[in-house]
Design a protein around this ligand. Sequence first.
Ligand SMILES: O=C(O)CCC(=O)C(=O)O
Length: 288
Amino acid sequence: MPTLTDEQRRQWAVDGYIHLKGALDPREVALYSELIDSIRHQPGWEPTPDVPRGHYAWVERNPTADDPNSFMDRRDIMGYAQPFLDMVDRPNVFDRILELMGPYIVLSMTQAIVRAPTTEFAGFTHTDGGEALRRIRVTETSKPLAMKALYLLTDVEGTDCGNFTVFPGSHLRQIPFDCDAAPTPHTPGAVQLGGEAGDCYLFSHALWHGPAPNHSGKGRKTLLYNYAQMFLKTYDFPTMTGVMDSCTPRQRRLLGDLGHDPRPGDYFYVPDDQEEVIYEQPRARQAA
Ligand SMILES: O=C(O)CCC(=O)C(=O)O
């Protein structure tokens, strides 16, 4: 069953992202926001000065954990609380992801980010997936290699408020750059998106995007769930631990459990029951 409107399909193809309004209700926004505040006090993976850009190190607690508006970038969040796991295949968003990506996918990473209000952060933009994936661009009729769902947990009004910033169409047309001169949230063509707490943006890995500076006076909170075609290596698998027992069969599959011991061919050729598991349908044999 199609879950995207014609306009959303157009926006995905032409702009490389879709804005879903009201994906979370106010009660959920409050719940996830409080959970983000609480995980700051617990150990986990965060960027630290001693690891290269894009890498994460184990920290015992966020350095400014007592200030919920301060910067945090925590990875692999599913183990902290069941609601983070529930979000993996949340129907009103995951249905759309399935429509865009098809059923042969895995969950590649989870992340909670707070962009602190500060004059010291200029924002940045990038494509996802590091140095190699940036050089690979699919056509507009192709399924995406990877994509993210970004959930806003705070309202973002105006510009330079930590806005999620995009260069519409850049998923199809590479922006020429060198490492010293990547486009910024103020480069011509950048669009600093506004939105309300509870909205979700779906965007392609190949879209130039990133956070704008935040001069709003309050922290901008987001949750991110990244999905990839199964044959791609995932960001978080080596650290995804301890949650399998709380998962539904579909969530287990999305976390990389193929239902058998590892063997050559895994992830490139999918298990026979992949579509039944991912679409949560009864197996054809059982139904017959
Ligand atoms: O908006 C943000 O804070 C960063 C989101 C982002 O750049 C990403 O998910 O790659």
